[in-house]
Design a protein around this ligand. Sequence first.
Ligand SMILES: NC(=O)c1ccc[n+]([C@@H]2O[C@H](COP(=O)([O-])OP(=O)(O)OC[C@H]3O[C@@H](n4cnc5c(N)ncnc54)[C@H](OP(=O)(O)O)[C@@H]3O)[C@@H](O)[C@H]2O)c1
Length: 168
Amino acid sequence: MRSFADLPEYDDGVAVTMQMARASMTNLGVIGTGQFALSFIGGLRRGGYDGKVLLAPRNADVAGTLARKHGCMVARSAQAVLADADLILLNVRPEYAEAALANLRWERRHTILSAMAGIRIDDLRALLPGVGGIHLIMPGSYIETAPGPLPLYPPAPGLMPLLSCTGM
Ligand SMILES: NC(=O)c1ccc[n+]([C@@H]2O[C@H](COP(=O)([O-])OP(=O)(O)OC[C@H]3O[C@@H](n4cnc5c(N)ncnc54)[C@H](OP(=O)(O)O)[C@@H]3O)[C@@H](O)[C@H]2O)c1
């Protein structure tokens, strides 16, 4: 199976090792533990990311699969995810975003990756007061099995060590 380290643009062993070490220092939290979370985390693990992944407890089936297959941990609550993670993947269906995100306490150290189709950054800013950064991603679910392009807006060089695990 191909991994991040096999990609031709990362063929320098030292650079790859450093990128992977930086990626694995990132604690990833997930709110919206559904089908897309399965693909995204599967893609990260396939590409070599072995950092801590903390899941919101909704959807016991998917959370159990991710815990078993990919060594993720299931948190007591969405707020507990925020307590232990700095990078947060938001992945509920758009119509449930407001309910899922309201009443959570956000901090400046949180960087948001939103995979929620159709929710603009300005609207997310209103839903996520006080977070440090907000980025939109829209990868296809194929990243679980093969590397591929990963649209990211706005650009974030600091996120590339992690996101490169899923893409090319
Ligand atoms: N599927 C893809 O290939 C794909 C690709 C790119 C982007 N996306 C985006 O990813 C998002 C999710 O899609 P999906 O296919 O993964 O949907 P999904 O399988 O329905 O997953 C959504 C998850 O959110 C959970 N959830 C609902 N309300 C919640 C709340 N208040 N707090 C915490 N979690 C809550 C659901 O839990 P319950 O099951 O318990 O309700 C479910 O586990 C969408 O916004 C979509 O645009 C999907």
